[in-house]
Write a protein that binds this ligand. Sequence first.
Ligand code: ME8
Length: 651
Amino acid sequence: MNPKFYITTPIYYPSGKWHLGTCYTTVVCDALARFKRMQGYDVFYLTGTDEHGQKIEKAALSQGVDVKEYVDKQVDSLKKIWDLLGISYDKFIRTTDDYHEKAVRKIFKILYDKGDIYKSEYEGWYCTPCESFWTKTQLVDGKCPDCGREVELTKESSYFFRLSKYQDRLIDLIENNPEFLQPKSRRKEMINNFLKVGLQDLAVSRTSFKWGVKVPFDEEHIIYVWIDALTNYITALGYMGDDDSLFKKFWPADVHMMGKEIIRFHSIIWPALLMALDIPLPKKVYGHGWLLFGNDKISKSKGNIIDPVILSNRYKVDSVRYYLLREIPFGQDGAFTNYAFLSRINADLCNSLGNLLSRSTAMVNQYFDGILPQPSIEEDIDKELKDMANALYEKVVDLNDNLLIPEALSEIWNLINRANKYIDETTPWILARDKQNYGRLGAVLYNLIECLRIAGTLLLPYLPQTGSRILQDIGIGEVKTFEGNTKFGLLKGGERIIKSQPLFPRINIDKELVEMDKIAEQELAKENGINGAQKEEPEKEVKPVIQYEDFAKLDLRVGEVTACEKIKRSQKLLKLTVKMGEEQRTIVSGIASSYACEDLVGKQVIVVANLAPIKFCGVESQGMILCGEDESGNIVIIKPESLLPSGSLVR
Ligand code: ME8
């Protein structure tokens, strides 16, 4: 039976704001998964989307769309990016998948029945964007330690997970099992900043929003998004589902890969949950560094293109994969700049690799009509090259297994560069001047093509399209395994070698930088709708024709705002008191960006009076007021043209 390898990325927020950095974890895991498959492992590579929570609910609401519709659309577009980048995941889990939601409910109930989850009251500092509660001591300058934003003192009834119970076992796990949490620097951070400070029990339910998995025995409560999210790693394998054969086969995970900012959740909360469930722990949790654009991991510093789709379409997918895998020291932060990106393409992909392929295949075509000669006359100088090629696989495996991916690629390039030097040393074009040297010339070209075969094979996991192109051009079909394919001397001679077209076009860096600047500016302008560029037209939603009876179901009434206050935990929401005749309602409206409270009191509005109540930031909204949006994106309230009686019907 083949050994198994289970690797996961985090599940992605369906935010639509994906950039090159977001692709980092997925590309790295893809390379590792492909590598293991070629080594003969039975691989399961999991990725997916983290679709519940207040942030998502609000994002959908602010666009005026149904939340499920919103996430479906985002997931489609994320999957397109993964397809473009050649991400070979075995499963894509969505936390809105029915089987996942069911399993999460079962897990919550098991923990409750065991006494590891209990109900109590929570008072803590809540960060709405991060959906995290913090104790006072965890705050940094009174703000959220993760994102630095304002937090609010909040009190609510909540279910708690007995995280504190697992403190000693977690310290033991991290201190005495160095493989578990990597790189090493993250261990110190977790031990000193969290575990030794003392773990508090964790509030694992919310009542402030609706978009999530309900606590099965108390439906007012929504299961905390991180519990819902973390459990994806086991529910995807069928844990607590109808068929758990994948779980039996692949769990525990060999690697959970992620960015460093979410290591805390994966190295403290996740193992504690697994301990509570009596499930073996993952073998490794790895927190890689960030791809930085300017000073942080998301902002667009001027001129840099960070859209993976634009970069892949303009410079080929493998340029993007290569940059991510080669340029960022694994485990540390690394910068993205247009210049560094173009320089890598020119130096490594176009010059070193591209030249080796085009020169070698061109010479086989020029001197041997495209048929690979058999190796014959050997000289001392060949030995170094052959030894290097023969030793390459073991070196790359060792580096790859230790997650030293840039180093593994660099090792492959050592062979490529050595082969280029070998061309200069053996000067085949001089050998070709005399027919008597054709034996030696054939041997030289054979050696070069063998180096290309080995390099191309080892490149397959990292740069799948480039690896296959090289192998195709040198007359080899699909290579699916390393076994039998990484040692010198496999080709017999007689293979048809295609005269290769350039693998990557040579870039005039100065000119291209100007072009990239223009593209980045256009992108920015598109996003901001400035500089005369058209703001991207939102897709016009075509709604179905409805009958009058459907419209008549709406209870639209004239109301008057009698009081207004800002909702503390939100930038966007206002809490309005609206009078409709004798009746008075509380209505939460996302209009704070365009209206101040004092502009609203006394105004008439149109109320959707029979909309089901919904809570925003803990405040129940009993209806909705009608608004539109002007060309600059300002919200404009719809009101009667002249005053109408309060509470009167709108038809
Ligand atoms: O955190 N450089 O999802 P997410 C490197 N839903 N990696 C980056 C990056 C950058 N500039 N920007 C983002 C979540 N990433 C949760 C996970 S798991 C149970 C729940 C990485 O969409 C980030 O570090 O915010 C993370 O690994 C991944 O993108 C998804 O981030």
